[in-house]
Each structure stands twice: as C-alpha cells, then as structure tokens.
Design a protein around this ligand. Structure first.
Ligand SMILES: [Zn+2]
Ligand SMILES: [Zn+2]
Length: 356
C-alpha cells in the first residue's frame, strides 16, 4: 500500500510501505476513507517532536471502514464505518480509568503517526479498537466526521472546557488556524458575551468572523489594547492559546484578567517565559493539555444533528494519492488560505452528475 512516511526532519514521501496486519487480538485494520493533515504533522516534519522515528507513517486523524478485527474486539466488525480518534486507549491503566485517555500508560494515548504508523495511508492498524474508534452515525459524512478525530475535541476540551468559558465571558482566542476556529465555534455553545480572535492573516480573521468571532485583531496591531478597551481595562475572562510559539503564550498571559484562565492548546517547540513577576498576584489559572477525547461521542451526536460547523473549516480536498501536494498546500497556509485539507473524501464536484 501507499503511506506518507517521515524520514527525518525535512524529509518525507508518499511511498510504498508494507500493508498493516493484526498484531494483537485487540487490534483492528481500517481502510482509510478520509484523512487530514494536522499542524502537529508539520511540527514533526520540522523536528519538533523528536520521539517520532524515521520510517513512521504519519497521521492521527481519519475516517474509514473496518476491514479486519482481532479475536478480542467486541464492539466493531468488518464493514463498520468508524472515526479513528487521535487518541487510543487501553481502558485499564489509571489514567484511562479516570477518563484521561491522552495520558494512557497501557500502550495508548497519542500513538498513531507518533509512536506507531498512522493514518496517512491506505490502511492503518488501530490498537485497542474497542476504545479507540467510534462507530459513525449515518448522518455525518466523512469530511465532517474527520474533523472530530482531533481538531474539535482538542479545541473543546483543552481550550473551552479547560479554560472554563462561561455565559457572559469575554473570550480571546490567539491563533485563528483550524484549532482556534474550532475553539471559537465550540465556545459559542456557552454563550460568551463576546469572542475576540487574534491572528496575523486577514483570511483567518475573516474565517473567525464567519465561525462566530464578534471582534478580530491583527496580532501586530496591539490586541492587548483592544481587549482592554472592551473590558474596561480588566482583561479577558478566558484566553485560549492556539499558536504554539513563546510570543503568543506570553501575549495570552498579558491579556487575561485577574482571576481569569489561560488555556494553552498550542504545540510548543521552544521555551516560553512565565512572567511570575506580574502574574503571582493575579490569581490566574494556566492550563496545559493533550486531548483526552472524552467529548468525542458528544461531539459526534452534535455533528449528526448539524450543530457543529465542521465542514466550514475544510478549504481543500484532494484524492488520497495527492498527499505530497496536500502537504505543500497545507504548509503554505499563508499563501494558499488553507485551513483543513481533507484527502480521500469525495468532493462535491466528484459527486455531481455530469450534465454534458
Ligand atoms: Zn492533530
Ligand atoms: Zn490506558
């Protein structure tokens, strides 16, 4: 089969790799129907995630069909359409028993496209299939569902829930890429008074407005002042960091009000400064996190009911074989306007009946 293989920083290719096979009785083999590229994959390619070994197939977000299951798998069977979650779960370790699947110590957690071969391929082996895939409601199509593999649960759990967004809050979201946009969309479920999006790209600020931001600020034009003006100088109740560079994290800690929350989602490759000389007196709570995906079943029900603007984040679709082209478009987001690129899912053009 074909897969997108990491060969060390700056080196990767869509190439022939061995077909995956069942290794453990709890495994399933999934034929990939739709797959996306995550900002985290770009961090891996830059060398920010050194535990990814050369030779690993990347990707941790997919929708597909179960082809084969191990003898201990009970809840899914061949032919089932499933969401492959970015987080796998052994279900037995202390963290899984506490619902903190992202921190699984039993061989799960974020393993796909990280510690084992991932989803950017024609087939993928998913360990602990009973707890690591979700049967898909028929009403959700592939292009919507694949955004629930990582982007939506991550934004919702690590941003909105960790940040404790409440009715009437002023929320600032720094970074209006796919994660920040999904944070804006899911924060609206809590009726904040206002949501302010901060980014450098005009196209992303425009997308933020479409997804429910009430105000937008260019990151280079004093977003702190805008937040201060909107809140009588107090600062935002909640600030969500969705970039992953020191400057944006430090900006978040300057924009939060006393007693407020800063929820970091960004994947950081460099140290940031924690300005305790300012923060020690402000009762500020700062949270970090890897998604647990405990919210995925809820989000899937909401997507099936049409309550999540998932497909609004998809700007480009490609056939699976165009993986290298998709990476090129996604990695040059400032030029291409890419938010999420989805491979494999039929585009509307493919579905249209030719009229000629
Ligand atoms: Zn991801
Ligand atoms: Zn576990």
């Amino acid at each position: 089969m074909k897969g997108y293989v990491f060969h060390g920083p700056g080196q990767s290719a869509w190439e022939d790799v061995p077909d995956p096979a069942i290794k453990e009785p709890t495994d399933a083999i999934v034929r990939v129907g739709a797959v996306t590229i995550c900002g985290t994959d770009l961090h891996i390619l830059k060398g920010d995630v050194p535990e990814v070994r050369p030779g690993t197939v990347l990707g941790h977000e997919a929708v597909g069909e179960i082809m084969e299951v191990g003898s201990d798998v009970r809840t899914v069977r061949p032919g089932d359409r499933v969401l492959v979650s970015c987080i796998s779960s052994c279900g037995r370790c202390r963290f899984c028993r506490e619902g903190m699947y992202g921190q699984c110590r039993g061989g799960g957690g974020w393993i796909l496209g990280h510690l084992i071969d991932g989803t950017q391929a024609e087939y993928v082996r998913v360990p602990y299939a009973d707890l690591s895939v979700h049967a898909l409601p028929g009403a959700v199509d592939d292009k919507d569902a694949v955004l629930l593999a990582d982007i939506f649960p991550t934004s919702y759990e690590v941003g909105v829930l960790n940040g404790r967004v409440r009715p009437g809050d002023t929320l600032a979201v720094v970074g209006a890429g796919p994660i920040g946009l999904a944070a804006i969309a899911t924060a609206r479920l809590f009726s904040p008074e206002r949501v302010v999006a901060v980014d450098r790209a005009a196209s992303r600020l425009e997308a933020a407005r479409k997804l429910g931001a009430d105000a937008v600020a260019d990151a280079d034009e004093d977003p702190e002042q805008l937040i201060a003006d909107l809140t009588d100088g107090l600062g935002a109740d909640v600030v969500i960091e969705a970039v992953g560079v020191p400057e944006s994290f430090e900006l978040c800690t300057r924009m939060v009000r006393p007693g407020g929350h800063v929820a970091n989602i960004g994947v950081h490759g460099r140290p940031a400064t924690l300005h305790l000389e300012d923060l020690w007196i402000k009762n500020v709570t700062i949270t970090t996190g890897l998604v647990d995906t405990h919210s995925t079943p809820t989000l899937l029900r909401m997507a099936a009911a049409g309550r999540l603007p998932t497909s609004q984040l998809v700007t480009h679709t490609f056939p699976l074989n165009d993986m290298e082209k998709a990476y090129d478009v996604f990695s040059r987001a400032a030029d291409t306007g890419a938010l999420k690129v989805v491979l494999g899912a039929p585009s509307h053009e493919d579905l249209a009946v030719p009229t000629a």
